[in-house]
Design a protein around this ligand. Structure first.
Ligand code: PLP
Length: 426
């Protein structure tokens, strides 16, 4: 199906570039077996990438290969399988280190995902640095995973959460940050990219303002690393967290990056095997970084799978991905705005490929259910960001989120689907 360019005046690349991109997309889509499936007897259109991304064949093959041929618990064995898989896991850590440009592989802690990483820091940082009356700043557009762990810690420590507000475009009111920072502020924790609105936050500016007052910053990169090149050294953030499954990797594995000197100061989060140096009933001493924070058998095969996903993404190139996804975003935004009664929630200047919207008189759940009948997977509801919904005084949105394997033609089908929904329900 040809791209509808007649109504399309957003910043598209030249025709030759589109042709090249289209050829590449055909190859890329062939790497993702799930995209060849039919759902409800229709070609699957998967626009729920902010919730989780699909996995390329190379990741699926890697998981299968390791379970089939190399599985053995790591770090403890002297035998071939254990040594082989230990080396592969530690190489995967180095791949992750290079991907975010961390100074050392000691700064890369393997966790279960973003939520687990934030809980780790909320606990350990809270234990070490937070006392009664202290404050943690989060923003109004955070995912619950970057609110609730801090609330739990604040309850334990009798500390307080302070909220950096956003405006009605879904942009942080960064000019208010200086006034919110006080001598009680212990840490600022904000999303790089909002999952509910798509806003790309000015984290460089936030980090710089915080550091001018010696306050460390945690960046929730769950919605960023798959779209934007992240360099933790350049950003100078103190902690950066993300999930493997949103980066075309397996579920149940994620990353906590932390500056070595900070991680060294923090107490362990969980106790168990691997994180110890010596155990007696009188006293336990702890392992060095990164193992101090990796209690128990780590999720080593998924870590190796995540490194494969990173290789895959880097092979396409994050700059190419960002450029292409921006075209998808602009195209979809332009086309959606033509639908009568459709309101986009979150119109920040800088956005990733996420569009949240409402259509007058149509409940998001009804829109989602009918689109599903057409084989189109989108997400509806609060997107685990209830304060965002409270800001806009709405109960939820319909959200389409695009990945580099999505196409302009799929957006056309999605818009046609929405028009059908509109015709049926409004
Ligand atoms: N933070 C943001 C911005 C997210 O979008 C998500 C998931 O949607 C999370 C945190 C939680 O990620 P996970 O469920 O992989 O731990």
């Amino acid at each position: 199906m040809p791209i509808d360019k007649t109504h399309f005046f957003c910043n598209l690349p030249a025709n030759s570039e589109i042709a090249e991109m289209k050829n590449r997309i055909i190859d890329i889509r062939n790497d993702f077996p799930i995209l060849k499936q039919k759902v409800n007897n229709k070609e699957l259109i998967y626009f729920d990438n902010a919730a989780t991304t699909q996995k390329p064949q190379i990741v699926l093959d890697t998981l299968n290969e390791y379970y089939t041929k190399y599985n053995a618990n790591i770090h403890r064995g002297v035998h071939f399988l254990s040594s082989f898989t230990t080396e592969a896991t530690e190489n995967a850590r180095k791949t992750i280190q290079k991907f975010i440009n961390a100074k050392s592989n000691k700064e890369v802690i393997i966790t279960k995902g973003t939520t687990d990483s934030i809980n780790l820091i909320a606990f350990s940082f809270g234990e070490r640095y937070v006392s009664e009356g202290d404050e943690i700043i989060v923003s109004e557009m955070e995912h619950h995973s970057n609110i609730v762990p801090w609330q739990l810690m604040c309850e334990r420590k009798k500390a307080k959460i302070i909220v950096l507000p956003m405006n009605d475009n879904g942009e942080l009111e960064i000019e208010k940050l200086d006034n919110l920072i006080s001598d009680k502020t212990k840490l600022i924790s904000v999303a790089h990219v909002s999952n509910a609105l798509g806003t790309i936050n000015p984290i460089e500016e936030i980090i710089q303002k915080a550091h001018s007052k010696d306050i460390p910053v945690l960046i929730d990169g769950a919605q960023a690393v798959q779209h934007i090149k992240v360099d933790v050294k350049e950003l100078d953030c103190d902690f950066y967290v993300f999930s493997g499954h949103k980066l075309y990797g397996p579920t149940g594995v994620g990353v906590l990056y932390g500056k070595e000197e900070l991680l060294n100061e923090l107490p362990p989060y969980q106790g168990g095997g691997e994180m110890i140096s010596k155990v007696t009933f009188a006293k336990t001493t702890f392992n060095e970084l990164p193992f101090k924070f990796e209690a128990g058998t780590p999720n080593y095969i998924d870590t190796i799978g995540l490194a494969k996903a990173i290789d895959y993404v880097q092979d396409i190139g994050l700059e190419n991905i960002y450029k292409y996804e921006t075209q998808l975003l602009n195209y979809a935004t332009y086309k959606l705005k033509k639908i009568k009664g459709l309101r986009i929630i979150g119109e920040a200047n800088k956005k990733s490929s996420v569009i949240s919207f409402l259509i007058d008189g149509i409940h998001p759940t009804d829109a989602g259910t009918l689109l599903d009948q057409l084989g189109i997977a989108i997400r509806t509801g609060t997107h685990c960001a209830e304060p965002v919904m409270q800001h806009f005084n709405i109960s939820g949105t319909t959200r389409a989120s695009f990945a580099f394997y999505n196409t302009f033609e799929e957006i056309d089908e999605f818009v046609k689907g929405l028009e059908r929904v509109h015709g049926m329900l409004s």
